[in-house]
Ligand binder design. Structure first.
Ligand code: FRU
Length: 443
């Protein structure tokens, strides 16, 4: 079948532009996913709003349109990224009001304002008045104008906020604030690392088994053969080590939240800003999607593994066995899962996956299909198992139970793909899509 590139497993807007996931939360029986949204421009031009989906089961979603618009002096150039936290019967939203003043400014040390704005909502859709909680004058003196992306959490009856920032001497850092009541915030401390980029965006503090991990999306890291292969990175600190969340072409600005059953779930933007590669959907009127939600699990090796949510198994339809060294014709979307049992490779017309000398490689073979994406590599001492979610225009590849993940867009002309599989025995499932219906709210 001819591919229309409309994703079946991933949330994407029907028109316009999406970037970061925002305000992830579970509130009054529903999951809420907000996102950076430009409804009128698939290229992300214009002031960013917050779009909104909600769901009671993470499979059936309702698109609720635009939840937050930049409509006050303190956010006049965009309702930038932020979070949601439930307290009592209210979902409290914190986001960055972006202001760019007209004039001859560098917009780094002058000309830009970044306000932390609070909104309360009782239903996730109808928003209270906006209230400005922090302005540039409230940030440490050595900060540039770039301070944004508040993430708030509760700990022992007190609230904490982490913000991403750039110092005046071009060092990425995070700022921590504390509050007794979600409205009055006091600066506590800043945290940084030498030689680790000029700006840290979208920070998050993730608690797993009593340990806390700082996740950031740093800009300005040196690119390596096997690390930080994209223009901007995204990962978490395990002590002094920075572990990237994803090694594919399209992953940035993730955010986490806690499900009612205690699972920590991460969702990323399946895209990055300022990339040289392209997405042909932009010409069709929309661009970008979110990654599938992934459960975070702390494993014995001290690393955080990412597991596709168990809910996704509900989408499985016909299953076929895959024998080592076989050729399979598969219709997108599909899930392929298997154990490695020899010299591993999977080849199609448009991409190849291989593992050699402890390096796993995703290589795109047709630059038209990949929009200019070439190859990405990741080191793994052993390759034991692989799980692939192939959507109509993306691949999410989970290696060794999610120790490493590779996410990339690609745009095959046809939804039927021929795979030549070597050194793997497993299963391939045809998948149903998630359901997204349109709510009653206006766009
Ligand atoms: C990350 C980011 C955030 C900002 C938002 C604006 O992709 O640059 O730092 O809040 O996007 O859309």
């Amino acid at each position: 079948m001819k591919n229309d590139f409309r994703q079946k497993l991933h949330l994407e807007p029907t028109k316009g532009w999406l970037n970061d996931p925002n305000g992830l939360s579970f509130f009054k029986g529903k999951y809420h996913i907000y996102f950076q949204y430009c409804p009128d421009s698939p290229y992300g031009n214009g002031n960013k709003c917050w779009g909104h989906w909600e769901s009671s089961d993470l499979i059936n979603w309702v698109f609720c349109g635009t939840a937050i618009r930049p409509d006050c002096p303190e956010d006049k150039n965009g309702a930038y990224s932020g979070c949601g936290i439930v307290s009592g019967d209210t979902l409290h939203i914190f986001y960055t009001g972006n202001v760019k003043n007209d004039g001859d400014y560098d917009y780094i040390t002058a000309g830009r304002e970044a306000n932390v704005i609070h909104i309360a909502t009782k239903d996730g859709r109808n928003m209270s008045e906006k209230r400005v909680l922090l302005r540039n004058s409230d940030y440490p003196k050595n900060c540039s104008c770039h301070v944004r992306d508040p993430k708030v959490w509760e700990e022992n009856g007190k609230f904490y906020m982490v913000l991403g920032a750039r110092t005046l001497d071009d060092k990425g850092c995070v700022l921590y604030y504390a509050s007794p009541d979600l409205l009055n915030w006091t600066f506590e401390k800043a945290e940084s690392r030498d030689g680790f980029g000029y700006m840290w965006e979208c920070p998050d503090v993730i608690e797993l088994c009593g340990n806390k991990y700082l996740s950031i999306s740093p800009q300005g890291l040196a690119h390596g053969e096997l690390s930080h292969q994209n223009i901007y990175s995204s990962g978490y600190f395990k002590g002094d080590e920075f572990i990237e969340w994803d090694y594919g072409f399209d992953f940035y600005a993730p955010q986490t939240f806690t499900a009612p059953d205690g699972r920590k779930i991460i969702i990323g933007w399946m895209g990055i800003g300022d990339i040289p590669y392209t997405n042909p959907t932009a010409e069709l009127g929309w661009q970008h999607c979110l990654t599938m939600p992934r459960e975070l699990v702390l494993k014995k090796d001290g690393e955080i593994y990412q597991k596709p949510l168990s809910e996704l198994q509900l989408l499985r339809r016909e299953c076929r066995e895959i024998e080592a060294n076989s050729s399979i014709s598969a219709e997108l979307p599909f899930e392929l899962t298997g154990k490695i049992c020899g010299d591993f490779s999977i080849k199609s017309n448009s991409f190849s996956l291989s593992y050699e000398d402890s390096i796993f490689t995703l290589e795109f073979l047709d630059m038209k299909v990949s929009g200019g994406r070439t190859s990405r590599r990741v080191r793994l001492e052993n390759l034991d198992e692989i799980r692939i979610f192939a959507d109509t225009s993306s691949l999410e590849i989970y290696l060794n139970g999610g120790k490493r993940v590779i996410s990339s867009r690609f745009y095959p002309e046809d939804t039927e793909i021929e795979l030549l599989v070597c050194g793997l025995s497993g299963k391939i499932y045809r998948l149903d899509g998630i359901k997204v219906t349109k709510g009653t709210e206006n766009e």
